[in-house]
Design a protein around this ligand. Structure first.
Ligand code: SF4
Length: 244
């Protein structure tokens, strides 16, 4: 299954953010990785293997979903193999999307009906979804180096969101990567389901971070995360944004 890896590069954790040229000629950090982003050799090899196996799947970095002028950003871990890696839209195609999109809709952050496919017409309202790691990792487990290597895309994504006021982190890895992105001390802002952290965002304006356990099938099947627990996080986000 695995073959030669075009554009394969050595590990580049800590290397500068990739850039793109803006219409006005300035150079900005790119918020979306190239389809053949070469920065994580293990993940490149994995997606090339799946491109050979399933050429009908996306098998490439999954872009953020939702408007850039949203006030809310939801940060997940990474695309699921048969979910976002297959369909190309975050949390679309596997179980996690059912709970996430139903909850977003109930709290006014989404419109339409989620049908597990990117052309189902679902739209996000004042919300955007991204992942800490844009490429599918084997067994859903990115390494620390891969999380660090992909972080410039999270940094750049947040930089495009001029109205950003709240972030929901889904799981500890997303939380920790966000804390590093923001320069907030993890010891002062430890991850915990239902925890709320206040500080200053990338634009120098107030930012509130809401933690949740990840809405994976494993967490819901084992009772780590119930629907009520998940809804309580978004109820708090709604109340926070409505009170501003
Ligand atoms: S995980 Fe991010 S940095 Fe690594 S190869 Fe994919 S897009 Fe590039």
């Amino acid at each position: 299954m695995a073959g030669a890896v075009p554009g394969r590069a050595a590990g580049r954790a800590g290397s500068p953010a990739p850039t793109s040229r803006e219409a006005d000629g300035t150079v900005a950090a790119a918020a979306e990785p190239d389809r053949d982003c070469p920065r994580c050799p293990r993940l490149v090899e994995f997606r090339m293997r799946w491109r050979a196996e399933r050429p009908d799947w996306r098998n490439a970095p999954v872009p953020s979903f939702g408007p850039a002028d949203a006030r809310l950003l939801i940060v997940g871990l990474a695309p699921g193999l048969q979910g976002a890696n297959r369909t190309g839209r975050p949390f679309t195609g596997d179980y996690a999307g059912h709970l996430l999109y139903a909850t977003l809709r109930d709290f006014g952050f989404a419109r339409g009906t989620y049908e597990e496919r990117p052309d189902d017409g679902l739209t996000l309202v004042d919300a955007r979804i991204t992942n800490a790691v844009r490429c599918v990792p084997p067994e859903n487990k990115p390494t620390g180096a891969e999380i660090a290597t992909c972080r410039p895309f999270l940094v750049a994504t947040m930089a495009t969101m001029s109205r950003l006021a709240a972030v929901v982190t889904l799981g500890r890895i997303a939380h920790d990567s966000l804390m590093t992105t923001l320069g907030w001390k993890k010891s002062a802002h430890p991850f915990g389901h239902g925890a709320v952290h206040a500080g200053t965002g990338p634009a120098g304006t107030p930012l509130t971070v809401f933690d949740s356990y990840h809405c994976s099938r494993y967490n819901t099947n084992t009772g780590v995360l119930t629907e009520a627990m998940f809804r309580s996080v978004f109820a708090a986000v709604r109340q926070h944004l409505d009170g501003r």
